[in-house]
Design a protein around this ligand. Structure first.
Ligand code: C2O
Ligand code: CU
Length: 468
């Protein structure tokens, strides 16, 4: 149907964004029902000059089906397994009931080939989240089993476009097929599976068309197995409005924007750059910088001066931890190549690192190798306990440490308070760094706590936090 501009304005009440809200209001309290299939597919990751890549994806795509709910809406997702291997779906960052957390072997049995599992929950927080396989994740996520999960605010900041940029990092061979060295001992004990084809929304070296004056909300989600990013948007000056799905008072970083494996950052960016120009978003986390995606600024300006509407999100709604009344825990990360770990406890016995490595493990939390999901919890507290948590990285590598079912508040780095304490679920702990957090253990269940460099988790860098 072709609609004339005047008709369109009449229908939407003069073009005000608020006019779009009645449909949103109708969704609150409703249920969004979806059927998702984990299946193999073929996608063009590196462009038309290469063959399509055989992947595993939700509905055969990468990223998988984009799930968008309105805050207050429930999700009912029936996941069917069309793969030849068992699978499960974890809803990363959602503070949901334990039975819906999707960790095969902890919160549910794996979904066998041909079977289905129904997930049902109402996300308590608006924000940017994602979903991914949680069994053999280093292989299944590495093959493409992930997708975006966006919970829209009831009153979002006004933007021209709200875009998910889901970042991944593929390790491809010359014919664009996936290199199947998922069990590489080197990856497990060093930086993880760093790839050679970083993509945004499944495309290598993509170009995003933008317009002069346009205001974008960019929801960056890092679905890479192992690669962390430090993104530079110069000459644009994005404001950070949320980290790991939780709102933060907007600020404009001087340095590159770090987004760890598993992490999310929401940005507001006003495109004020020469019409007709091509801007590079470049990464500099590791030694060799590269361009992740380009923004092509169109010739036709959208507006001449920035929108003046507020960009701040409503503050996070999480229970405030009380440090004067908190139980303190310290978690020491140790092991890996060039680390100082000589011996650790595995299966209840002290072993030297050589014997641990022979079984494929490399890392320990508080000297305990997380080689099994039924291990005793590292932290075991009654429901409602206030916790002060220090993570001390004594290894030679950065680790994004993810706690399921909760967000934790970052308070200080190496005993220096951060300018703005904020909630995270996958904080990056740099080598020799100590981060201090606090949170209330308010969600009952057995929750995984692990490094989101998926090869590190597979090599023992994980444990359980039990809240009962
Ligand atoms: Cu994003 Cu235990 O996972
Ligand atoms: Cu790690």
């Amino acid at each position: 149907m072709i609609m004339h501009r005047r008709q369109f304005l009449q229908l939407t009440g003069g073009g005000a964004v608020a006019a779009l809200c009645p449909s949103v209001a109708a969704d609150i309290g409703s249920i969004k029902r979806l059927a998702i299939r984990a299946q193999s597919g073929r996608v063009h990751i590196v462009g038309p000059d290469f063959p399509a890549t055989a992947i595993w994806g939700y509905d055969g795509q990468v990223p998988g089906t984009s799930i968008r709910l309105v805050h207050g809406q429930a999700l009912e997702a029936s996941v069917h397994n069309d793969l030849d291997v068992p699978t499960s779906v974890h809803w990363h960052g959602i503070r949901l009931p334990n039975a819906m957390d999707g960790v095969a072997g902890v919160t549910q049995p794996a979904i066998a080939p041909g079977d289905s599992f129904d997930y049902r929950f109402t996300p308590p927080d608006a924000g940017t989240f994602w979903y991914h396989s949680h069994i053999n994740a280093h292989e299944q996520v590495g093959r493409g089993l992930y997708g975006p999960l966006v919970i829209e605010e009831k009153e979002p900041p006004v933007v021209d476009r709200d875009l998910v940029l889901m970042i991944d990092d593929w390790r491809l061979l010359d014919d664009a097929s996936i290199k199947e060295d998922f069990e590489s001992g080197h990856d497990r004990s060093h930086a993880g599976r760093i790839g050679n084809a970083p993509t945004v929304n499944g495309r290598f070296r993509d170009v995003l068309e933008v317009r002069y004056g346009e205001r974008l909300r960019l929801r960056l989600i890092n679905a890479s197995n192992a690669r962390n990013f430090a993104l530079d948007f110069a000459p644009l000056k994005p404001d950070v409005i949320a980290i790991d799905g939780q709102p933060i008072t907007p600020y404009r970083p001087d340095d590159a924007i770090v987004i760890a494996a598993g992490g999310r950052v929401d940005l507001i960016v006003d495109i004020f750059a020469d019409p007709g120009s091509m801007l590079e978003v470049s990464d500099s986390f590791y030694r060799r910088p590269f361009s992740l995606i380009k923004f092509a600024v169109g010739d036709e300006p959208l507006r001449q001066s920035p929108l003046e509407t507020a960009i701040a999100l409503n503050p996070a709604q999480l229970p405030e931890p009380d440090l004067s009344n908190a139980k303190s825990y310290e978690v020491v990360l140790d092991g890996g190549a060039m680390g100082g770990l000589e011996r650790a406890m595995m299966d209840g016995k002290w072993m030297n690192l050589f014997d641990i490595a022979r079984q494929g493990y490399a890392w320990a939390l508080n000297d305990i190798v997380g080689n099994r999901l039924d291990m005793p919890p590292l932290i075991d507290v009654p429901l409602g306990t206030h916790i002060s948590l220090t993570i001390d990285n004594r290894t030679a590598f950065p680790h994004p440490m993810h706690l399921h079912g909760h967000h934790i508040k970052l308070l200080s780095i190496d005993d220096h308070p951060v300018p703005q304490p904020h909630w995270v679920d996958s904080p990056l702990v740099m080598p020799r760094q100590k981060l201090q957090f606090a949170f209330v253990a308010d969600n009952p269940g057995k929750w995984l706590f692990h490094c989101h460099i998926l090869e590190h988790h597979a090599a023992g860098m994980g444990s359980i936090v039990r809240v009962s």
